[in-house]
Design a protein around this ligand. Structure first.
Ligand SMILES: [Fe+2]
Length: 268
């Protein structure tokens, strides 16, 4: 697999087309290895359709199923009112880890661009491994045992700052999830767990520290921004990155297709 660097992290894969995704026996292993090392893999204008995208996803791991969609292995991300999750995509423009409210978050995601807005709508990534590495030794010691509450309400409050009583009641009925701030991965690496789902540090009422750590990890020099062309496929390591969508006109019919690899490592 020939690659070139995309910036602070991430690589573009130069010599893979859609047919090689399904036919090259060495490719899945090489991709998983590159994902662990580089965080993001970009396949420019690959034009893999849903069947190919899902089939390649299955070669990389077990897929999460989304029964609400025509192809349950491919979630459509759009603000089309007919999209069953349109309301929940409203917070995609805040830094987040996919599935941070789950016991085990997704391992990785494959995202392809099908219809693009006339401007904006780029996807940005920042490394949560780097976020940990930026801490001083003193901070690493001080934060080692901190725990953070992640809530659905924290997410929805950003998109709907003046919720109706019905929205508040619905949010309060959702699960909450406690995670350590520092994720000690099976690989031996450490990352910080923050983002829009993080409500507050347990034992405080504040998300001040969470905001500060997020700001340090997402300065422009540490962010990989991908400006999409139709047909691009990006795979990212959801365990070591946060991501967000850049603003665009939400009345335009932008549509992205996501295939999600089931996680196998709890945040601990
Ligand atoms: Fe996401």
């Amino acid at each position: 697999m020939r690659t070139r660097s995309l910036g602070p992290f991430g690589v573009e894969v130069l010599d893979v087309d859609a047919s090689r995704l399904l036919e090259d026996d060495d490719l899945p292993g090489a991709c998983l290895e590159a994902l662990e090392e580089h965080g993001v893999l970009l396949f420019r204008e690959l034009h893999a359709d849903d069947a190919v995208q899902a089939a390649f996803g299955r070669r990389l791991g077990e897929l999460v199923r989304f029964p609400a969609y025509a192809n349950p292995e491919v979630m459509e991300i759009s603000f089309d009112p007919a999209n069953p999750n349109a309301e929940y995509f409203a917070s995609n423009d805040y830094w987040h880890i996919d599935g941070a409210m789950d016991a085990i978050p997704a391992k990785a995601a494959l995202l392809s661009a099908r219809v693009l807005a006339s401007e904006g709508g780029e996807t940005e990534f920042a490394s949560t491994y780097t976020a940990y590495d930026l801490l001083s030794d003193r901070e690493k010691a001080d934060y080692a045992d901190l725990r953070v509450l992640h809530t659905f309400e924290a997410v929805q409050r950003r998109a709907y700052p003046e919720p109706t009583p019905e929205q508040l009641a619905e949010w309060a009925s959702r699960k909450v999830r406690e995670h350590p701030l520092v994720w000690s991965h099976a690989s031996g690496r450490r990352s910080l767990v923050f983002g829009v789902t993080a409500s507050h540090v347990i034992g405080t009422d504040s998300r001040e520290l969470l905001d500060e750590l997020e700001a340090r990890a997402t300065t422009p020099d540490r962010v990989l921004r991908h400006a999409w062309s139709v047909g691009d496929l990006v795979i990212w390591d959801n365990r070591g990155l946060v991501h967000r969508a850049c603003p665009f006109d939400r009345t335009e019919p932008r549509r992205m297709h996501r295939t999600t690899l089931r996680g196998d490592e709890p945040i601990s």
